[in-house]
Design a protein around this ligand. Structure first.
Ligand SMILES: NC(=O)C1=CN([C@@H]2O[C@H](COP(=O)(O)OP(=O)(O)OC[C@H]3O[C@@H](n4cnc5c(N)ncnc54)[C@H](O)[C@@H]3O)[C@@H](O)[C@H]2O)C=CC1
Ligand SMILES: O=C([O-])CC(=O)C(=O)O
Length: 334
């Protein structure tokens, strides 16, 4: 029995993600919450002949609480694309709901900026005394999916795309996205250096911009993100069901695995509370955070360039929540 919940289920990502979760045969209950349209989305999906029983609720009458009750896994794609300030408030509100109703659930954060929204969720959970760093994940899978696709494209082997695995570490925005192309399961041609290498790294780091530009005012990546989110959720579910050795990159709190954090520190990842690296998953969440392995000097430079921005992004998230709580303490009516 697995209950999955999508918060922001009526949106551009929320709807296709909910569809993919509905067709996942492991999921037996699917809860959909949004401030608009969830009853319709739920009614529509409920006609699909797969095991998951679907409910959809709106804010009045404790809609979020009803949806979250008994959740094993909560995915959060709520928010507005490319409006970080607004999303902080939304994510804080949703994290408060999770902390109150289903504090033991796995939480998968998609809402941007992931480098700040994951720390926001952590701070809310700490405030409620329910923080478990092993079950909190920032979803960076789209970067991994893009890296697989673009490498297969360069190799002129699109049919190999699903099998190409490239670890992508760091965070989920611009220069904080660090593809470790030297560890690709499908080596790149020897002549991919200089400008061609830089262009590939840049394409992975700024893949989101490519979609925003092509959509020409109609938002950012939704369908590829829904695919990526469903893939990552499925990995979590497989691990919960007891499958061993599942490893995937995710932006996680480094206190989920102190030894892993120490090893990352030796690899130059210092003074960060969160980082995306290959994470081994188990029934209780993070089993091990892998370090970076052997990387090239070019990749070392990319990691170095990512760290200051990550540090700033993480601090922005933490400060946002702390300032809100401080203001509330001073004026409880807020
Ligand atoms: N992690 C990643 O790789 C990616 C993250 N994103 C991010 O995902 C988020 C969602 O993107 P889209 O689906 O394209 O946006 P969208 O605007 O199409 O959908 C967002 C949904 O959130 C809902 N929402 C707003 N406030 C809410 C609240 N308080 N409670 C519940 N639901 C609420 C809206 O009603 C809407 O249905 C954005 O922050 C975007 O930047 C997008 C692509 C990739
Ligand atoms: O770029 C954006 O705004 C959405 C996003 O995170 C991505 O596509 O990777």
């Amino acid at each position: 029995m697995v209950k999955a919940v999508v918060l922001g289920a009526a949106g551009g990502i929320g709807q296709p993600l909910s569809l993919l979760l509905k067709v996942n045969p492991q999921i037996t209950e699917l809860g959909l919450y949004d401030i608009v349209n969830t009853p319709g989305v739920a009614a529509d999906l409920s006609h699909i002949a797969t095991p998951a029983v679907v409910i959809g609720r709106l804010p009045p009458d404790d809609g979020m609480q009803a949806v979250l009750a008994g959740a094993d896994l909560v995915v959060i794609p709520a928010g507005v694309p490319r409006k970080p300030g607004i999303n902080g408030k939304i994510v804080m509100e949703l994290a408060t709901g999770i902390a109150t109703v289903c504090p033991k659930a796995f939480v998968l954060v998609i809402s941007n900026p992931v480098n700040s929204t994951v720390p926001i969720v952590a701070e809310v959970f700490k405030k409620h005394g329910v923080y478990n760093p092993k079950k909190l994940f920032g979803v960076t899978t789209l970067d991994v999916v893009r890296a697989s696709t673009f490498v297969a494209e360069i190799l002129q082997k699109p049919e190999e795309a699903p099998k190409v695995v490239v670890p992508v570490v760091g965070g989920h925005s611009g220069v904080t996205i660090v593809p470790l192309l030297s560890q690709s399961t499908h080596p790149l041609p020897g002549d991919l250096s200089g400008d061609a290498y830089a262009a590939l790294v840049k394409r992975i780091q700024f893949g989101g911009d490519e979609v925003v530009k092509a959509k020409d005012g109609a938002g950012s990546a939704t369908l590829s993100m829904a695919y990526a989110g469903a893939e990552f959720a499925n990995k979590i579910i497989r691990a919960v069901k007891g499958e061993r050795g599942i490893v995937a990159p995710s932006f996680v709190p480094l206190d989920a695995d102190r030894d892993g954090a120490t090893a990352l520190g030796r690899a130059g990842v210092v003074d960060l509370e969160f980082f995306s690296s290959n994470v081994e998953l188990g029934p209780e969440g993070v089993v091990k955070i892998h370090s970076l392995g052997r990387i090239t000097s070019q990749e070392e430079e990319l990691v170095k360039a990512a760290i200051p921005e990550l540090r700033t992004n993480i601090k922005t998230g933490v400060d946002f929540v702390r300032a809100k709580y401080e203001a509330e303490e001073k004026n409880p009516r807020l």
